[in-house]
Design a protein around this ligand. Structure first.
Ligand SMILES: CC(C)(COP(=O)(O)OP(=O)(O)OC[C@H]1O[C@@H](n2cnc3c(N)ncnc32)[C@H](O)[C@@H]1OP(=O)(O)O)[C@@H](O)C(=O)NCCC(=O)NCCS
Length: 164
C-alpha cells in the first residue's frame, strides 16, 4: 500500500536512509523537507501495517517497504532519494513507488523529472532506464566510498524534449 509521507514516518525513513546511503538525510532534515510545500514523497507499506510503530533506535521499521522523496515545482520534479528495505529489494517495490510518483505527477502536469545516481549503482540505473530516464550529464568524482570517488550520472525524464 502506497500513501503520502507523514511526519510520523520520518524516523523510520531516516533509519532506512542511514542503512542504504553513506550520506543520508537525517530525521531533522526529513522533517524540514516534509513540511516544505514543494515536497512530494511516498512510502510503500506492508499490508495491514499502515501505521508507524515504535521501534528501538537504529532498527529498521517492519512496516516500511520503501520510500521515495522528491520535490515538484511548476511541472518540474527532482527525485531526491528512493530506497527499499534491503531484504525486500528486487521484489517490485521500487517500480511501484516510481509508478505511483508518475501517476501523481500526471495529475500535477509534471513535464520533466531529474535525478542523480552513482555510476556504479546498477539496480538504480536499471530502474530509472526502465522508466525512460536518459543521461544528460555527469558530475565527476561526486560520490566518495572510502578512498574511491564515483561520478554522478545526471538523468532526466522529459518526453516533450528532443532526444536526448
Ligand atoms: C534501487 C532500488 C530503489 C530499486 O528498488 P527495488 O524494489 O529493488 O527494484 P524493483 O524490484 O522494483 O526492480 C525494478 C527494476 O530495477 C532494476 N533492478 C532492480 N534491482 C536490480 C539489480 N539488483 N540488478 C539489476 N537491475 C536491478 C531492474 O531493471 C528491475 O526491473 P526487472 O525486475 O523487471 O528486471 C533498490 O535497489 C534500493 O533501495 N537500493 C539502495 C538505495 C539506492 O541505491 N537508491 C537509489 C539512489 S539513486
Amino acid at each position: 500500500m502506497i500513501r503520502r509521507i507523514t511526519p510520523a514516518d520520518c524516523d523510520a525513513i531516516a533509519t532506512l536512509e542511514a542503512r542504504l546511503f553513506a550520506t543520508a538525510l537525517d530525521q531533522a532534515r526529513l522533517m524540514g523537507l516534509q513540511s516544505n510545500p514543494v515536497f512530494c514523497g511516498f512510502v510503500d507499506l506492508v499490508p495491514d501495517q499502515d501505521q508507524p510503530q515504535s521501534i528501538s533506535a537504529g532498527d529498521l521499521a517492519p512496516y516500511l517497504n520503501g520510500y521515495l522523496l522528491a520535490t515538484m515545482i511548476d511541472g518540474e520534479a527532482e527525485i531526491l532519494s528512493i530506497g527499499v528495505t534491503p531484504d525486500r529489494q528486487r521484489q517490485g517495490v521500487g517500480k511501484l513507488l516510481l509508478q505511483h510518483f508518475f501517476e501523481h505527477g500526471t495529475s500535477q502536469n509534471m513535464a520533466r523529472v531529474v535525478l542523480e545516481v552513482a555510476e556504479d549503482n546498477v539496480p538504480a540505473l536499471g530502474l530509472y532506464r526502465d522508466f525512460g530516464f536518459v543521461e544528460f550529464g555527469r558530475r565527476k568524482d561526486y560520490y566518495k566510498q572510502g578512498n574511491r570517488k564515483i561520478d554522478a550520472i545526471m538523468m532526466k525524464w522529459c518526453p516533450t524534449e528532443a532526444f536526448p
